[in-house]
Each structure stands twice: as C-alpha cells, then as structure tokens.
Design a protein around this ligand. Structure first.
Ligand code: UD1
Ligand code: UDP
Length: 358
C-alpha cells in the first residue's frame, strides 16, 4: 500500500497534517505532492515548519493563474508524478483547484481517489469551490464525509453507499493536536497588545466576495459599522488576494480595522480562541470557531457547512453592511453551549484504517 497526499494551499496543508502524522505513526508508505498553488512564505512554508511536516517529495511549482491555467498545470504535473510513483490511493482534501487537478489526474490513471471533506454543498455554482467539490466527489472511490449530512447529499446524487464513510473532519484533529502548543508558543496576543475577548477577528478572501467591488465595499462598510458600535478593534490577517483587490479598487480601510499579514496556524488558533467573535468567509474558519466555541458571523449568502448554523455557532449575513452589524449584535452574547458536529479528533485514524482495510 502506497498513499499519495496531494496538497497545494494553506487549508490543505493544515488539514492534512494529521493524516501525514498518522501515516508516519503507522509506518504507512506515503509521499507528499505539493502543487505549490500557494507559494508565499506565510501561506505555505510557515505551516510546514510549524507543524513539522516533511518536505514534499514533489513540488509542481504551479503558482497563481486563471482557473484553467492553474488546474491545467496541476493536472499535467500530477499525472507525470502519479504515473511514475503508481500509488494505490491518492488523498485530497477540500475543494481547491489543487484538489480537482489531483483527483482528476489520479482517476484517469485508474488510481483510487480518497476525498476528505466529501459531500459538502453550497448549491452555488458560481463558486469555483462548488464545481470542484461536485466533480471530485463524482470521481472518487472513497468519500470521507465529515457528517451524516454529507452522506445524505452524496446518496441523493447517486453515489453508491459502499463508497461513503462518515468520518468527522481532520480539522478537529488539527485543532486538538495543536491548541495546547499554540497556547504555549504563540506570542501574537502580546505582540498585538490584545486582551482576551476584547477584539474581533476577521478573514475574507473568497473570489465571489473580494473580486466583486460592491461586495468588498459592503464588507468594509460593515466592519466600520461594527467598530462604530462596539469600539473593539478588528484584527484582519489579510489574504494576498484581498490585499490586491483593495489596492485595485482603491478601497479605504475603515478605522478600527487592523490589517496584518497572514499569520501561522498557532498564531491564528490563539487569535481565534480568544476573540470575542469572528467574522469570516472562510470554510475552515467556520468549522474551527464551532469547535473552539467562538461565535462566528459568516460574510456569505450560503454555506457548505450548514451544521455550524444548525448547532448555533454561526450565522450567515452576506455582505450588506447593516446585516453584518445585525449579525454581530445577534451573535455577540451567544451562549457557547453548542456541540461540535465535526468529530472527536480521530478522523485521520479512521480514514487510514478504512483505506488500509480495503
Ligand atoms: C484558494 C482556493 C480557495 C481557498 C483558498 C485558501 C481555488 C479555486 N481557490 O483561493 O478555495 O479558500 O485558496 O486560502 O482553488 N497569492 C499570493 N500568494 C500565494 C497564493 C496566492 O500572493 O501564495 C495571490 C495571487 O495574487 C493570486 C491570488 O492570491 O492570484 C489568488 O490565489 P489562488 O490560489 O488562485 O486562489 P485563492 O484565492 O488563494
Ligand atoms: N489560517 C492561518 N493563518 C491565517 C488565516 C487562516 O493559519 O492568517 C488558517 C485557519 O486556521 C484555517 C485555514 O487557515 O485552518 C483556513 O484557510 P482559508 O481561510 O485560507 O481557506 P478556506 O478554509 O476558506 O478554504
């Protein structure tokens, strides 16, 4: 049995780190193929170092580009490596172009594909991630759904029952494995002069939000309203895509919004765990806040993580400034009594067990 783990972006590096650790623990032969979709040090190298991950055996050096350019390069590069290495299973996690390119290259070579985070749907085909999710689920052999909702969705799309496994999400493993280390090692609160629950944390980077001027402006106005109302600073580790679009549109940064460079996972966990509330359009952050018991206001019109809404940790507000403010007012004093629907932190163990037993 040989496993190929294909990764390319920040969330994939973080979320597959428990799978990589589990392969090492069990002495399962594996290798990492990094597409390098993300390449800036603070979206890439920082996580390999902090999470003590082995250097990828292959790095495709794909970088940025249009969807077709990026996916095409990943497909061609992954095919070359997979044809040479002939792994038994390729593992991909999530919904990025790396996940699509990697899964497609593997399945055309008749290599089995395991999709971690299968069965998530926003039902919004304008999102590149939604197209990727659907296509990858439909060419996968092992569909690792985080919750029973995913399984239900996949069955509804005609995927055979025997391919679907409810496993939880590896993000819970990643949090449990790193939270204590983050508490001990991260210095970010002191460095930024922040006190527990005396600030908001913000992230926004989704194409449908930040590449659309009106929506990006709406988010900025909404953040301004939040500051005018609560007088708590808003810490925003900014994704390079968003930084580029703010510059391109000449958008003014509202008072109270403290823009910083993207931070390491330990720093981010510290910022998240101690925030009064988080505003985000990130998928992973919706899950993490749910697990960490921090209220979340999601700057989107839909979510493929409806479990977070159902348990009460999250609310959808879109990008309308008033709705953003009202969402914060609604969530800020939320009692943190919800339960975590994403598993017990043993997802990577479960996934490897399933693969090895097949
Ligand atoms: C990608 C994923 C998205 C995921 C996000 C995680 C797709 C379609 N999108 O979006 O689902 O939520 O990663 O963060 O796969 N850039 C840099 N340095 C980098 C990488 C990107 O400066 O290391 C800038 C470039 O200007 C680039 C832009 O960010 O054009 C977008 O990068 P890209 O990889 O296309 O998509 P993300 O927005 O990062
Ligand atoms: N994250 C991080 N540093 C940051 C911002 C986010 O380590 O400055 C982590 C966060 O903890 C989560 C992941 O990055 O695990 C989320 O990635 P992102 O929001 O880029 O992508 P998405 O989850 O939306 O695909």
């Amino acid at each position: 049995m040989k496993i190929a783990i294909i990764i390319g972006t920040r969330p994939e590096i973080i979320k597959t780190s428990p799978i990589i650790r589990e392969c090492k623990r069990r002495n399962v032969p594996y290798f990492i193929l990094h597409t390098n979709q993300h390449y800036s040090e603070n979206l890439d190298k920082i996580f390999f170092e902090e999470l003590e991950l082995p250097k990828p055996k292959y790095n495709l050096g794909v970088g940025s580009g249009t969807h077709a350019q990026q996916t095409g390069k990943i497909l061609i590069g992954a095919e070359r490596v997979l044809a040479r290495e002939k792994p038994d299973v390729v593992l991909v996690e999530g919904d990025t172009n790396t996940v699509l390119g990697g899964a497609l290259a593997a399945t055309k070579l008749h290599i089995k594909v395991g999709h971690i985070e299968a069965g998530l749907r926003s039902y919004d085909r304008k999102m590149p991630e939604e197209i990727n999710r659907v296509l990858v689920d439909h060419c996968s052999d092992f569909l690792f759904a985080p919750t029973k909702k995913g399984r239900f969705i996949l069955l509804g799309e005609g995927i055979p029952k025997k391919k679907i496994f409810i496993t939880g999400n590896t993000i819970v493993d990643a949090i449990y494995q790193n939270l204590e280390l983050a508490r001990k090692r991260a210095k970010i609160l002191g460095n930024l002069n922040l006190e527990k629950e005396k600030y908001f944390l913000v992230t926004a980077h989704r194409q449908e939000n930040v590449d659309v001027r009106g929506r990006l402006e709406g988010i900025m106005k909404g953040l301004d309203l939040v500051y005018q109302n609560f007088h708590l600073s808003l810490i925003y580790p900014i994704h390079p895509r968003t930084q580029r679009m703010i510059k391109e549109y000449g958008i003014k940064i509202p008072k109270g919004l403290e823009i910083i460079n993207p931070v390491s996972f330990f720093d981010f966990l510290q910022l998240e765990a101690n925030a009064r509330l988080v505003l985000t359009d990130s998928g992973g952050v919706q899950e993490e806040t749910c697990v960490l018991k921090v209220p979340c206001v999601t700057l989107r019109d839909n979510t493929e993580r409806p479990e977070t809404i159902e348990v009460g940790s999250n609310i959808l507000v879109g990008t309308n400034p008033r709705k953003i403010l009202n969402g914060v007012k609604k969530m800020i004093n939320k009692r943190k009594e919800w339960s975590n629907p994403f598993g017990n932190g043993k997802t990577s163990e479960t996934i490897l067990k399933i693969i090895l037993e097949k």
